[in-house]
Ligand binder design. Structure first.
Ligand SMILES: [Mg+2]
Length: 259
């Protein structure tokens, strides 16, 4: 029996960036038109990323250069969430982050750190920096992580993400990180709270079956896995739960708009 269209309507769409809208500098075919379709249909739209190799300004610029139209406020990043968390608690984080976002964390007092932030630091991950993070955690500093992302895809290659490095420090220090980006339920809730939709009427579209799909489901959202970006055959079998699997954001949008 088909549910009535009214009761099943998607009201807000949350789109992951890398792997859903683009892969590096290349647009996922049809992504721009799909986003325009969401905008024409009047659904609320948010862009949601754990990417921490670009500043917020660089991400906005990248999206606009690729032809996406959005307001600054529609973009939610894990790095923003980390900044907020640290500011609210007036902490002085040791930041293990990528050179590109050094300016984003320069707002914090970096002397005598009493917290640790681990993002995708790429070349900054080395024994010295990880050991520093470990030592601070052993002294009781809270460990913040952008997300448990295992890998991402860039320029046609799979690249290790921050997840394994956060796990390494957790393991050594015997602590559990506070995850501020996806798959944190709080993060998804914060994004949905910026719309007029309820969680159950919001659809998260992503290429990461854990961070995007499982995270969204755990937060009470609907979820859709796309077979673009980092997607690998069989990913849909790696988690339990009720979610859609489609070829790309084009189909995800058609599903949301057409019901
Ligand atoms: Mg992605």
């Amino acid at each position: 029996m088909a549910a009535s269209r009214e009761s099943d309507m998607t009201e807000a769409l949350l789109l992951d960036l890398s792997g859903v809208l683009y892969d590096g500098d290349t647009l996922i075919p049809g992504a721009r038109e799909a986003v325009e379709r969401v905008q024409r249909a009047g659904l609320e739209l948010r862009f949601v990323t754990n990417t921490s190799q670009k500043t917020r300004a660089q991400l906005l610029q990248h999206l606009r250069r690729l032809g996406f139209q959005l307001e600054d406020e529609q973009l939610f990043t894990a790095v923003d969430a980390a900044q907020q968390w640290l500011k609210q608690r007036q902490l002085r984080p040791y930041c293990l982050v990528h050179d590109n976002i050094a300016e984003e964390v320069a707002v914090f007092d970096s002397g005598d750190p009493n917290a640790v932030l681990i993002a995708d630091a790429a070349e900054q991950f080395n024994y010295h920096s990880l050991n520093r993070a470990f030592q601070l955690c052993m002294e009781g500093a809270p460990l913040l992580g952008v997300g448990y992302n295992r890998y991402f895809r860039s320029g046609g290659q799979l690249m290790m993400d921050a997840g394994a490095f956060i796990r390494a420090v957790e393991f050594a220090a015997g602590v559990e990180a506070i995850i501020v980006g996806k798959p944190s339920a709080e993060f998804f809730e914060q994004v949905v709270a910026s719309t007029t939709a309820r969680e159950s009427r919001a659809l998260m579209v992503g290429d990461d079956v854990f961070g995007d799909v499982e995270g969204a489901l755990n937060a009470g959202l609907r979820a859709c896995l796309v077979r673009t970006g980092k997607y690998r055959a069989g990913d849909e079998d790696r988690i339990a739960g009720d979610f859609a699997v489609v070829n790309s954001v084009v189909e995800a949008v058609a599903m949301a708009v057409d019901g």
